[in-house]
Each structure stands twice: as structure tokens, then as C-alpha cells.
Write a protein that binds this ligand. Sequence first.
Ligand SMILES: Cc1cc2nc3c(=O)[nH]c(=O)nc-3n(C[C@H](O)[C@H](O)[C@H](O)COP(=O)(O)OP(=O)(O)OC[C@H]3O[C@@H](n4cnc5c(N)ncnc54)[C@H](O)[C@@H]3O)c2cc1C
Length: 284
Amino acid sequence: MDFLQPTTWAEALSMKAAHPEALPIAGGTDVMVEINFDRHRPAAFLDLTRIAELAEWGQEGDHLRIGAGVTYTRLIDELGDRLPGLAMASRTVGSPQIRNRGTVGGNLGSASPAGDAHPPLLASGAIVELASTAGIRRLPANEFFVGPKRSAMRKDELIRAFLVEPAPGPQQFSKVGTRNAMVIAVCSFALSIDPARRHVGTGIGSAAPTPVTAPEAERFLEGVLGESDLWQKPAPVADSALVRFGELVAAAARPIDDVRGTAAYRRHALRVLTARALERTMAE
Ligand SMILES: Cc1cc2nc3c(=O)[nH]c(=O)nc-3n(C[C@H](O)[C@H](O)[C@H](O)COP(=O)(O)OP(=O)(O)OC[C@H]3O[C@@H](n4cnc5c(N)ncnc54)[C@H](O)[C@@H]3O)c2cc1C
């Protein structure tokens, strides 16, 4: 197979335009599994690891703009204070070796419903930046995922970066797996609270054909926090509100039975994760 190795972003976009069938490879932690098991044999690889700007991050207005090639280890070390929800999720990814190579760009590229970066990106209203020789387009994360392992990225496009605001308030992420580490999520949940804008964000992983949000649960919790004036003076929320919030999150999921768990267990686990995330958030 052909191995294309651009050294600049412009060269990578031209190569992708000329070879739309070429499979991008960043950390390779998803791609090499597919190759090793012979599930996929692309005509060509497009190696993105030599493009320095993909591994950079910086400020753009109110947002952080983070290159698709920034690894989980660097996200935790360099951005953990500004993006605590994404850092919590990153700490649960694979092992140190996987976190040293794996990237959020690769997680988005695979678009797995179980990708651990996706719930915190959804909860914090992140934007995905896609590019081709035709130009740049920016999509809200909740428009990026269109089906199981399918995204809105076109064949001639690459993921350049994602944009996200530094956490405006408390954020949480939790995940249930069949063991404590090196595990694909049975389900996961992310919560992000913006006290100044009085906004709640959610993200659910591994419990629907794509990562999804729970808008009804978000509006319900905004109401609860507003009624009791808890936006600026956090205090425990009533048990009845914890239960209702969990029910609304579980109702937003569309889980299936599979080797990792049943649909019923996933809904139950989501109710538990949700209540726990909310308790921890209010304690913060
Ligand atoms: C042992 C092991 C444990 C793992 N544990 C977890 C886990 O706990 N949680 C989790 O979410 N994942 C896990 N994974 C999966 C994987 O590590 C992640 O999905 C990771 O984020 C992939 O990043 P990568 O840079 O290695 O992507 P790659 O494997 O290089 O690429 C993944 C996909 O994205 C595409 N792609 C990569 N970069 C771009 C780009 N810039 N533009 C367009 N397309 C691009 C590739 O073509 C490919 O389709 C695990 C994998 C292994 C092998």
C-alpha cells in the first residue's frame, strides 16, 4: 500500500484531495488494530504525525483551539486545569502507552459511540474544525456524529482542530466498564455547568448509535438550579431532583444489548452515574 507522508498542513490537504481513499493515521491506536486484525486494508495511508501545527494548541478569542494531533497525555498535563471534564475522560483512555500516542482527533476520526472524548466535548459545546483544499468549516460536535462510527467529515477533509471554551464552572466525567482500566465504556456521562450563563451541558457515551446529549435533562436541571438559587451558591440538590435528572438522562439514551452490557443495565448505570456526577458537581 502507498504511504503518504506530508510535512506541512497544506501538503496534507493536497494529498487528501488527490487521494481521497487514503486513510489518515495519527497515533495509530485505532488504525493499527484494524490493520492487524485484517478488518481493513486501505489503498494508502496518510501519515499526519510530521505536521507540527497539528500538535499545537492556543487561544482563539474566548476559546481554546486544540490541534487534532494533541495526545491525551498532553491534554491532561497541559490543559487539565482549563478542561477538567475532558482531562477526566482522557485519564480513563487505555493505558499510559495509548494516552501517549492516542489523540482526540483520532477519537473524532473513528467516531465510535464509545469514544471517551466525545461526551465532554458534547457537554461543553465544542466545535470541530474540518479542512480541505476547498476551505475550512466548523461544526458543533453534536452535528459531527451522524451514525455508528460515522461522522459528517467528507472524504476530502481532515480534522484540523477542535475549539472549546475553558471550563466556565464545574465539570465531571464518569464511565462504567467491565474492569477498572484498559476498557471500552459500557456507558459514560459528562456534565458541564456554566453558572454565569445559567447553562447545563450533558454528553452520553456508549448508550446510543452515536454520542448524544440529553437536552430535556439539561433544561430540567437549569430549572432546579434557578428555582433554589444554586447557580452562585452551590448546595446539595434534593434527592427527588437527582432521581428525575437521572431518569431524563437515561431516557435520552438509546442503548442496545451487546457483549459489554444490556440496554437495561446501561440505562440503570446512567441513572447512577448521573446522580453521582451531579452530587460531585454541587460539592465543587
Ligand atoms: C489498548 C487500547 C485501549 C484503548 N482504550 C480506549 C479508551 O479507553 N477510550 C477510548 O475512547 N478509546 C480507546 N482506544 C481507542 C483509541 O486509542 C482512541 O480512539 C484514540 O483517540 C485514537 O487516536 P489515534 O490518534 O491513535 O487515532 P488513529 O488510530 O491514528 O486514527 C483513528 C481514526 O481517525 C482518523 N484520523 C486520525 N486523525 C485524523 C485527522 N486529523 N483527520 C481526519 N481523520 C483522522 C483515522 O483515519 C482513523 O479512522 C483504545 C485503543 C487501544 C488499542
